[in-house]
Write a protein that binds this ligand. Structure first.
Ligand code: F0G
Length: 482
């Protein structure tokens, strides 16, 4: 909670929840971690979770559920068609988002698949503040092109712009002017912009985008997967909204968008997804594909238990004590790392703490995958599993050339309500140690490289024996400590 004052004057993110169910985690010795990361081809996606101490890979599907969510799972109505569970979820969506039509889907990328199959065709151009990996892949798969129209400092690692996720309105107008509205199936705004460090957009920006869309007769689609964080940032960073409730802000956002889709692995703290709209024509087109690709219209590939948990999770997202937890933990981590000189993305965003791998490892070329190397090195020295978000997450050009990422980041996700302060302190300490020993970290090179979404399954080798040297230095400084 933001307004609890401590006598010491210290500012700490105080949790407004307590642990009732816990999971034991293990911190394996560094020798074991070296074996594990080598077997995983230096790809943190390929690590076994039992070899991981703090799983900061993602906030997707791993947020802690509440007692109410777990209780709701027990009343799930298991029927193929017409499940009461669906009607409860639909009515919660209608209530919070003021959208009449709801289509369930098994997760966020399934919503993207449906939307792109229906609306994107060869030659389509889809403007957006910034892409997400699966979004771009679906647009490209359907013959479309992504046009990113972010504001100038979106890609500056350090900035004091509170809304780095905003769309550049002038660029949006120019893009529509250049290509014509006919070529644009929809404009996509990603709330809590994932790949640039969980950075929010403002409500004012959304209102301006709406205006441009209205003038051009374009649909506005919101990817609301990271809505919880963005709601908190609007309330705390946009003066006009500081006295508005999270529910009111949600409603205002929703009323400005034609279609909203979300990954409920993030929004709603369970596992699933869905699309909602008041546009009947769009709904009917999308609806045709749901039974074919996802499942019948009253479950869409989700387990009914998860649907019950999402329904409760969405309601809990309207509580400021819930949506503030992630961003405040992340801010703590960012601030402490900054004090130790570690280069991090600022202002602190949602989703996780993002380390600037280019500045951390300036001696590496982007073609040596600095973010991937940093992810591998951090796991090795701490058992903390982060995610590469840089060139390795891009796709090679047709001619075999690398697509160099705008940013080289190591993302350390802070799943909601999962970690404690001492976990964060441990991670911060090991990151700071690695920063002092950064010269020892070398690059990576592919040994197995899939063509699509290579970061998921690709395997890499180290370019030198730098990991052996890093382990030796670790032993020197930490002795037998794991
Ligand atoms: N949109 C955004 C903004 C996302 O962050 C994600 C997932 C998706 C769509 C796709 O949703 O995973 O349910 O299919 N992000 C995860 C992550 C994978 O780790 O950031 P999904």
């Amino acid at each position: 909670m933001t307004d609890v004052k401590l006598y010491s004057g210290e500012s700490i993110p105080l949790e407004m929840h307590k642990a009732k169910i816990i999971q034991k985690i293990n911190l394996a010795p560094i020798e074991h971690r070296l074996e594990a990361i080598s077997e995983a081809g230096n790809n943190t996606f390929l690590l076994r979770n039992s070899d991981v101490f703090l799983d900061m890979l993602t906030d997707s599907g791993v947020n802690a559920m509440s007692d109410h969510q777990l209780a709701a799972m027990m009343i799930a109505d298991d029927s193929y068609a017409g499940s009461e569970t669906f009607y409860r979820m639909e009515s919660k969506i209608q209530e919070l988002f003021n959208k009449q039509y709801f289509l369930p889907a098994h997760q966020g990328r399934a919503c993207e698949n449906l939307l792109c199959q229906v609306f994107v065709e060869p030659g389509s151009i889809v403007p957006m503040n910034y892409h997400f990996t699966t979004t771009k892949a679906h647009i490209v798969l359907n013959g479309g092109v992504v046009e990113e129209i972010f504001t100038e400092d979106a890609l500056q690692v350090t900035s004091d712009n509170p809304f780095k996720g905003n769309m550049d309105i002038k660029k949006l107008e120019a893009l529509i002017e250049k290509h014509g509205a006919d070529k644009i199936p929809f404009v996509r705004l990603e709330t809590g912009t994932n790949l640039i460090g969980g950075q929010p957009h403002s409500l004012q920006n959304l209102r301006e985008i709406r205006k441009v869309c209205d003038q051009a007769g374009l649909m506005l689609v919101l990817d609301a997967s990271l809505l919880a964080d963005n709601l908190f940032f609007i309330k705390t960073r946009e003066e006009e909204y500081k006295n508005k409730s999270i529910r009111e802000i949600t409603r205002e956002i929703s009323d400005l968008c034609d279609i909203i889709y979300f990954s409920a692995r993030k929004l709603g703290c369970a596992r699933g997804g869905g699309i909602c709209t008041n546009n009947e024509e769009a709904y009917l087109k999308l609806r045709e594909l749901v039974p074919l690709l996802e499942g019948f219209l009253t479950y869409g590939g989700m387990s009914v238990r998860e649907m019950e948990a999402i329904t409760v999770g969405l309601e809990e997202t309207m509580d400021v004590d819930m949506v503030n937890q992630g961003p405040q933990f992340i801010e703590y981590m960012v601030t402490e790392l900054q004090k130790k000189g570690v280069p991090v993305v600022t202002p602190a965003g949602g989703l996780g703490c993002h380390i600037d791998a280019s500045a951390f490892l300036p001696h590496l070329q982007q073609t040596e995958y600095p973010s991937g190397a940093l992810a591998s090195a951090l796991y090795l020295v701490s058992g903390v599993r982060g995610m590469e978000r840089g060139t390795l997450s891009e796709q090679r050009e047709e001619n075999g050339e690398e697509t160099l990422a705008h940013l080289e980041l190591l993302r350390l996700a802070v799943p909601r309500r999962v970690f404690t302060m001492s976990h964060l302190k441990y991670a911060i300490d090991r990151i700071a140690w690695l920063y002092e020993n950064r010269d020892l970290v070398g690059g990576l090179t592919f040994v197995e490289e899939p063509k699509i979404l290579r970061f998921f399954f690709g395997k890499l080798d180290t370019t030198t024996d730098w990991q052996t040297k890093l382990v030796a230095k670790f032993k020197e400084d930490f002795g037998d400590s794991p």
